[in-house]
Design a protein around this ligand. Sequence first.
Ligand code: NAD
Length: 293
Amino acid sequence: MTRIAFIGLGNMGGPMAANLVKAGHAVVGFDLAHDVLKAAEATGVKAANVLTEALADAEAVITMLPMGRHVLTVWTDILRSVPKGTLLIDSSTIDVDSARKAHAMAGDAGCLSLDAPVSGGTGGAAAGTLTFMAGGSQESFAGARPLLEVMGKKIVHCGDAGAGQAAKICNNMILGVSMIGVCEAFVLGEKLGLSHQALFDVASTSSGQCWSINTYCPVPGPVPTSPANNDYKPGFMAALMLKDLRLAQEAALSSGASTPLGAEAAQLFALFDKQGNGARDFSAIIEMFREAD
Ligand code: NAD
């Protein structure tokens, strides 16, 4: 049993904290939103009224927050309160520079730290089947691993500070670009009189195969579990895809990498989001290509 402080109990953090409770850990949670905190309490998380109350006696602290600036502010407060040797794990998706800054702050305070963003969405968070991509020292990774294994089914140590965030944005850039490619192909197929099923049967078993077609096909029919069969309810919200593509572009700019398709994907998802589609599944972007003619 580990005493855990869990900060940020929203769509992802709530079910992740609930799984830690189910596995027998003592979890004290804090969130700025009262209703979110109440919902977590119903799953066995002990609710703290202020951040410091959650941190008292914590051996490990997990943060699941919106953006880098939230993580840096919260980690600054955490590091003022916790003793040396405490393990801090950030599972939010944030920019690589902020992640590295957070690690440096933790190191200065004598604490262990890991960036450990996830993929798998709210379904994976609830089922405890997330993929964790971790960055940090061997010691931090070894300390965090038993907790991550409760919340996820695949845990990859990607390298040093920030490597988890780097892996996350590279993966999601592939996803954003590949989904657009698959959508364009289905729209072209429609124009050519090709049935969705015929294109799927060929591409999903040929060199066009990828997760965006085989598992998450953006048209209804071929993959019954894909959001296209459920009015494009997420799934993975287009606004979050846009966030990750923007993080990838920030990282490309600061590292000098050339990512022209990543840049184009970010622009297309920005347009889709601006048209009021941010809360829909990202595969609904196929409609934008249909409307473009
Ligand atoms: P969310 O908005 O539902 O939850 C974030 C929570 O953080 C909110 O409840 C908010 O009140 C709380 N919060 C913000 N500032 C705080 C502070 N200073 N102190 C305490 N609590 C604070 O977001 P989410 O969907 O749970 O996503 C969390 C992170 O996980 C994001 O970085 C997101 O990009 C990433 N992520 C989300 C998904 C997904 O499918 N939702 C998938 C993978 C990764």
